[in-house]
Write a protein that binds this ligand. Structure first.
Ligand code: P6P
Length: 340
C-alpha cells in the first residue's frame, strides 16, 4: 500500500516570519523574529497550563483582584507572569503593558530593546471554569526613533503598531498573527513544540450571516445599535435574518468572525459610555488583524486604529468583521448621529 510521504517542508511561525523579513530587505535585524519567538514560548506555556488547569486544580480563584476589579483566576496570574518574564528576558522590549497590571512596566536598561508589547495575558478568563476557549491578545509598537522607551511610546494610535496577534486556547492552540503583510494562522504541533502554518493569508468574507453582540445589554443600546440589530433580525429586503452567535470570549468570537464572516460588536451604551473592551490590548490588535484580513474595525463613528489613547487601560466601542456588515453599522451611526 502507498506510504503517505512525510512532509519535510514544515513552515513554522519562525520560518514564515523570517521569509517575510527576507522580503523586507536587509534592514530587518531579526529582532522582531526573536521577540515573536518569546511570545510563542509564552503561548506554549499558557496552552499547557490551560489544558492541565482542571487536572492540577488551577481552576478557581487566586484570591487576588486585578486593576479591573475582577476576581483573578490562578491562570490569569500565571499567564501574566510568564509574559512579563519572557518578554523582559528577550532583551527586545522597552515598555510592557498588561491588562493585569495597573502601571506600565519600563524595562531596565540592561534588558531594554526597541519594542513595546501591550497584551491581555488571558482574555475571557471568566470562562475558564466552563472550558470555553480563552486567549492571549498582543500588539507590538516599535519605540519612536529618538525615544528611550517610555509610556509615551504606547500612547500612540493603533495604526502605528508593527505587529498584532492572538493565541486561542481550545481543542488546539491557534496563533493568528499579522506583521503588516496580511494575516496568517498557525496551529501548535505539541509533538514538535512548534506553531505550524495552517491558515495562510486569512481573508474575512466581505459579508457574513452571523452577528455577535451581548444582547443582554439591549436595555442600554443607543438608537443606531437598536436600529442596526432590527435591520438584520427583521430584514425588509426579503433576505433571511442573521444568526446570533455569542461566546463571551473576545478571542473566540473574533476568531469565528474572521473565518466565517459577519460582525462582532461590543458598542458603548447608556450604561458603559466608553464600552467595555480595552483599547490598547483588545481593540487595537483585533482592529489591525481585521483590517489586514480585508475587514473593517470601527467605534461606529471612527476607525479604531486612528484613536489616540490617553491612558493604558481606557476602553472603546468596538464593531469589527466583514466589510459590508460593518459599513451597515456605520450608516446607522451616520443616520442617527444627532440622536443618543
Ligand atoms: P460580557 C471577557 O471578560 C471580555 O473581556 C471579552 O473577552 C469578551 O468579549 C467580553 O469581555 C464579554 O463581556 O459583558 O458580554 O460578559
Amino acid at each position: 500500500t502507498e506510504v503517505e510521504p512525510v512532509n519535510t517542508e514544515i513552515v513554522t511561525l519562525t520560518r514564515h516570519v523570517l521569509n517575510s523579513q527576507f522580503r523586507l530587505g536587509a534592514h530587518a535585524t531579526g529582532d522582531l523574529t526573536l521577540l515573536l519567538t518569546a511570545i510563542q514560548l509564552t503561548s506554549k506555556f499558557i496552552a499547557t497550563n490551560v489544558r492541565k488547569a482542571r487536572l492540577i486544580n488551577l481552576v478557581g480563584l487566586a484570591g487576588e483582584t486585578n486593576v479591573q476589579g475582577e476576581e483573578q483566576k490562578k491562570l490569569d496570574v500565571l499567564a501574566n507572569d510568564i509574559m512579563i518574564n519572557s518578554l523582559r528576558a528577550s532583551g527586545k522590549c522597552a515598555v510592557l503593558v498588561s491588562e493585569e497590571l495597573e502601571d506600565a512596566v519600563i524595562i531596565e536598561d540592561r534588558y531594554k530593546g526597541k519594542y513595546c508589547v501591550v497584551f491581555d495575558p488571558l482574555d475571557g478568563s471568566s470562562n475558564i471554569d466552563a472550558g470555553v476557549n480563552i486567549g492571549t491578545i498582543f500588539g507590538i509598537y516599535e519605540i519612536a526613533k529618538d525615544s528611550k522607551g517610555t509610556i509615551e511610546d504606547v500612547l500612540r494610535p493603533g495604526r502605528e503598531m508593527v505587529a498584532a496577534g492572538y493565541t486561542m486556547y481550545g481543542s488546539s492552540a491557534n496563533l493568528i498573527l499579522t506583521t503588516g503583510n496580511g494575516v496568517d494562522g498557525f496551529t501548535l504541533d505539541a509533538a514538535l513544540g512548534e506553531f505550524v502554518l495552517t491558515h495562510p493569508d486569512i481573508k474575512i468574507p466581505p459579508r457574513g450571516k452571523i452577528y455577535s453582540f451581548n444582547e443582554g445589554n439591549s436595555l442600554y443600546f443607543t438608537k443606531p445599535v437598536v436600529r442596526y440589530l432590527e435591520s438584520i433580525k427583521y430584514p425588509t429586503n426579503g433576505k433571511s435574518p442573521y444568526s446570533a452567535r455569542y461566546i463571551g470570549s473576545m478571542v473566540a468570537d473574533v476568531h469565528r468572525t474572521f473565518l466565517y464572516g459577519g460582525i462582532f460588536g461590543y458598542p458603548s451604551d447608556k450604561k458603559s459610555k466608553s464600552g467595555k473592551l480595552r483599547l490598547l490590548y483588545e481593540a487595537f490588535p483585533m482592529a489591525m488583524l481585521a483590517e489586514q484580513a480585508g475587514g473593517i474595525a470601527t467605534t461606529g463613528t471612527m476607525r479604531i486604529l486612528d484613536i489616540v489613547p490617553k491612558s493604558i487601560h481606557e476602553r472603546c466601542s468596538v464593531f469589527l468583521g466583514s466589510r459590508d456588515d460593518v459599513q451597515d453599522v456605520q450608516r446607522f451611526y451616520k443616520e442617527y448621529e444627532t440622536e443618543t
